[in-house]
Design a protein around this ligand. Structure first.
Ligand code: PLP
Length: 425
């Protein structure tokens, strides 16, 4: 079992070698701010590193491992399908099974295109909205993440307007968007009242997971839907995290509001690199008549087998209530432990995706309010959690999978308490 004095000699050695081969020793900048652990394997809700330490995993690869690590039915289906080849440069029958399981699970969209990353699906959605409306700009919200490309990457500013987040990012590309605070329907009404005829799309995480785990206020999504309809604007839900996780039908099902288009990724394919754009047929059909969307690996055999097997399992098992209950037990458990230790921990969200930080115990409604919490303290605390055998992100998000059960709950609470007892909060 992991302890605060866990050994990391092999990870340290591999880290040195990785830094010679790869900028920063990582292949995604998100990992620059995480402890540089090298993992050997994952199974269910657990990870093992190369030094023999084990971790209860509440990061789940940033979300994709909703079925836990190495889900047997998905792996078997992928291996069997791929034994007959992987990329044909043409169609294959598994695309139809994956496509119809996908649309059936979600319930509302009429057509789907598969891709490889959420980043590219967001761009496809924005392009489609522009083509359909003949307008150029879009509305997005502070704290929402829609991938790392120039027109959507945004660093937070105190007033929520946002600014370029990377050297080399074209600031001019951010001029395509209006940035608003989320969860404020009046602000959107005012903006669309003034600029509605320039706006092709409103894009949002319908339950914000990239900054906190923040639910829409009662009636907010419905009002956004009405405003988009009134101004002829395409409503895009970015469900790359929430899709298939918040409910089988994602945030759209959970909150009962249907967008025109939605992007998906992560939880849809049992850990395999797959993404999707789905929506109304009259919009989606434009991909066959003038709107470009392409990708060598789109709908590969591996992708379609992984989607089909994952969605078959999710549809048959309907695990969301169980996952929600497990997450609630973790949320309540760590809150109780923090109270016992007189630590001002705050937890917000839903069982399958919640956010942990320090600060005043009140509900926050957008990323500007979130920035007022003590996020740096949690960042330091998260490193101690990792050192005690709980694999979590420094930005506070905790995910739960279908593989988390009583043993994981017991282990996580024991390790959380050991971290608090170590007093390095
Ligand atoms: C809401 C949302 N949209 C888009 C993306 C980009 O997806 P990807 O990392 O697959 O490119 C992410 C990634 O975390 C995300 O959380």
């Amino acid at each position: 079992m992991a302890t605060s004095t866990m050994v990391d000699a092999r990870s340290a050695e591999l880290r040195r070698r990785a830094e010679e081969l790869t900028p920063g020793g990582v292949h995604s900048n998100i990992r620059l701010s995480a402890p540089r652990v090298f993992f050997e394997r994952g199974q269910g809700a657990w990870l093992w590193d190369v030094d023999g330490n084990d971790y209860v995993d509440h990061l789940l690869g940033q979300g994709p491992n909703f079925l836990g690590h190495a889900p047997a039915a998905v792996l078997e289906r992928v291996a069997e399908a791929c034994s007959k080849g992987m990329v044909y440069g043409g169609q294959h029958e598994l695309e139809l099974e994956a496509g119809s399981r996908f649309l059936d699970a979600l319930g509302w969209p009429e057509m789907v295109r598969f891709g490889v990353s959420g980043t590219e699906m967001v761009q496809a959605a924005l392009r489609l909205a522009r083509a359909a409306t003949g307008r150029d700009r879009f509305v997005r919200f502070a704290g929402h993440y829609h991938g790392w490309l120039d027109n959507v990457l945004l660093a937070p500013t105190e007033d929520g307007s946002g600014t370029v987040a990377s050297e080399g990012q074209l600031a001019s590309h951010l001029e395509d968007s209006f940035v608003l605070r989320w969860n404020d329907a009046d602000a959107l009404a005012e903006l669309l009242g003034q600029h509605g005829d320039e706006v092709a799309a409103v894009i949002m995480e319908p339950f914000m997971c990239n900054s906190g785990a923040i639910a829409p206020r009662d009636g907010y999504l419905r009002r956004v839907r009405e405003l988009c309809d009134a101004h002829g604007v395409v409503l895009i839900f970015d469900e790359v995290i929430t899709g298939f996780r918040l409910a089988l039908g994602g945030a759209a099902e959970r909150f009962g509001v249907v967008p025109d288009l939605a992007t998906y990724g992560k939880a849809m394919a049992g850990g395999f690199p797959v993404a999707a754009l789905a929506g109304r047929a009259d919009l989606m059909e434009r991909f066959a008549s003038g709107v470009a969307h392409a990708g060598t690996f789109n709908s590969s055999v591996m992708a379609c087998a992984a989607i089909a097997a994952s969605l078959e399992q999710l549809t048959a098992e309907r695990p969301h209530e169980r996952v929600e209950q497990h997450g609630r037990a973790v949320m309540e458990g760590i809150e109780r432990l923090a109270r016992d230790h007189d630590v001002p921990l705050r937890v917000q969200g839903v069982g399958m995706a919640f956010h942990v930080s320090f600060g005043e115990d009140r509900t926050v409604h957008d990323s500007v309010e979130l920035q007022q919490l003590d996020l740096e303290r949690y960042q330091r605390f998260s490193e101690q959690l990792v050192a005690h055998g709980i694999w979590v992100a420094s930005r506070g998000i905790w995910y739960v999978s279908t593989a988390h059960g009583q043993a994981e709950l017991d282990a996580v609470l024991e390790r959380f308490e050991a971290t608090l007892r170590a007093g390095e909060v």
